[in-house]
Design a binder for this molecule. Structure first.
Ligand code: FMN
Length: 187
């Protein structure tokens, strides 16, 4: 890992998180890659209004997105959709994004990714917007940190948030594989 800093100078992690799991994941990615990180701040951060599709956009970012070769965009999935803060980021910075990697800590499992609320639908949305500038999509379903009998239990995954205690085993392996892919694609 010693060369990561040099390799990842041109990568930035941009994230939005409501309950903390995507913030945790975004910080872990940025720490591992020794790259910049910035939080998306909606102009209005009222979750219920988001769900009603009322959204006033996001505050300008401090970093100049154009300067980065690769943006790693990280955030949750709600109702099988690219959520408003992430969509606003992609739309607002559309002409400044060179390459984008989309990452989510979500509820849907790999087996259900293409069902109504699956993360696969959001991967398709992002890819449709950015076309071949979207170079990788990666999901970290919360179920990865749950016991086998709870992996598909909606109540259990809604109450579970990533932290240093539960980020081990399957999710840690997936994370390490993801970092290797990023190093290959973004270097
Ligand atoms: C209102 C709501 C709707 C959600 N809808 C979906 C969904 O359609 N698909 C999915 O995979 N996860 C869904 N989830 C689960 C979140 O994506 C998951 O809990 C995520 O880890 C939350 O991230 P955060 O802690 O960074 O806010 C939903 C969560 C909430 C609160």
């Amino acid at each position: 890992m010693t060369n990561n800093s040099a390799l990842m100078k041109n990568v930035i992690v941009i994230y939005y998180s409501n309950k903390g799991s995507n913030k945790y994941l975004a910080k872990k990615i940025s720490a591992r890659l020794s790259c910049d990180i910035e939080e998306i701040k909606p102009r209005m951060n009222i979750f219920l209004l988001f769900l009603m599709n009322v959204h006033l956009g996001i505050k300008p970012l401090k970093h100049n997105i154009e300067e980065y070769d690769t943006v790693i965009l990280c955030g949750p999935i709600w109702m099988g959709k690219l959520i408003p803060p992430l969509r606003s980021f992609v739309e607002k910075y559309f002409n400044k994004i060179n390459k984008l990697i989309f990452v989510t800590c979500c509820g849907s499992t790999d087996a259900k990714k293409d069902e109504k609320y699956g993360h696969g639908l959001v991967f398709n949305e992002v890819t449709n917007i950015l076309k071949d500038r979207c170079i990788l999509c990666q999901a970290f379903p919360v179920g990865l940190v749950l016991p086998d009998d709870k992996k598909e239990d909606t109540d259990a995954f809604m109450k579970t948030h990533l932290n240093d205690e539960n980020f081990k085993g399957e999710i840690q392996e997936r994370f390490d594989t993801f970092i290797r892919k990023v190093l290959n694609k973004a270097s």
